[in-house]
Write a new protein. Structure first.
Length: 273
């Protein structure tokens, strides 16, 4: 069944002391298959009164990201574990009019199977796709790697070095690279979206890629490109070795991914009296 939309309500009310009236305690997130996103949050006072929102926002992430996200979220099953924490209520609406409700505690990020049944953290993908500050998703206390960008940085850094080294073997590339891409939540769409936005850039060698790589600012689009290229080479092209052109292509994209996910250092200006 095709998914029309999802609505996620995350509530962090737990036992113990009541939150302060201005504390944000509930978030509403709706994502449609077309890419439209609606977000709203309530503080404790508004929740008690049953009206009003302390934050509201609308944006569009596009159908390419939205449909992949909806497919992953649709794999979540209810968790009946009872703990002293918040909870989520997920409503999945299908195009035939049917509805499925899923619920569970906000303990830690939910892992869902992606390509090859490799598990990936869904909340990190939600936060990368939807640029809204302090978005809980399926956990109310995100770890320091809020969007999974630190993990992507380390992946990009490590594999850039490997593609620069003559020690990278075809077997290591075949067996490891794709699974890591899946675990990071990258799409494998045969480079359709990458080619649509940047024609010719998925070809090896690619002069187009060299010319435009600095203008590509979407790390998930780049992740999809390397994942799709890996799939093509290892499953369809029947390649025998990692030649110079192939390694160069991967290094160009991985370096840009590394640049987009590295921790930014802010310049501090000291003004003397």
């Amino acid at each position: 069944m095709r998914i029309k939309s999802i609505q996620l309500i995350s509530n962090i009310i737990a036992y113990g002391l009541a939150p302060a009236p201005i504390d944000e305690v509930e978030q509403h997130l709706t994502v449609s298959s077309s890419g439209r996103v609606w977000f709203a949050a309530r503080n404790y006072k508004q929740l008690q009164q049953g009206k009003g929102f302390c934050r509201k926002r609308q944006l569009n992430i596009g159908p390419w990201k939205a449909q992949f996200l909806l497919e992953l979220v649709n794999k979540i099953e209810s968790d009946v574990v009872t703990v002293d924490c918040g909870e989520y209520d997920l409503c999945v609406r299908y195009e035939d009019g049917s509805i499925r409700h899923t619920f569970g505690p906000l303990i830690e990020d939910i892992m869902v199977p992606s390509y090859g049944n490799i598990e990936t953290p869904i909340s990190k993908i939600i936060r990368r796709y939807i640029p809204i500050y302090d978005l809980w998703g399926f956990e109310d206390d995100p770890e320091s790697d809020y969007e999974g960008k630190k993990t992507i940085f380390e992946f990009s850094k490590s594999w850039t070095k490997r593609f620069s080294s003559h020690e990278l073997t075809k077997i290591e590339f075949e067996e490891n690279f794709g699974d890591i891409c899946a675990s990071l939540g990258f799409q494998m769409d045969c480079s359709h979206e990458f080619d649509r936005l940047y024609p010719g850039s998925s070809q090896i060698p690619s002069t187009e890629l060299d010319a435009m790589i600095n203008s590509i600012q979407d790390v998930d689009l780049l992740g999809s490109a390397v994942y799709s290229q890996w799939r093509y080479l290892t499953h369809w092209a029947g390649f025998y070795e990692l030649d110079k052109d192939t390694c160069h292509w991967f290094k160009i994209i991985l370096r840009q991914m590394k640049e987009l996910t590295k921790k930014k250092k802010h310049k501090i200006t000291i003004i003397s009296e």
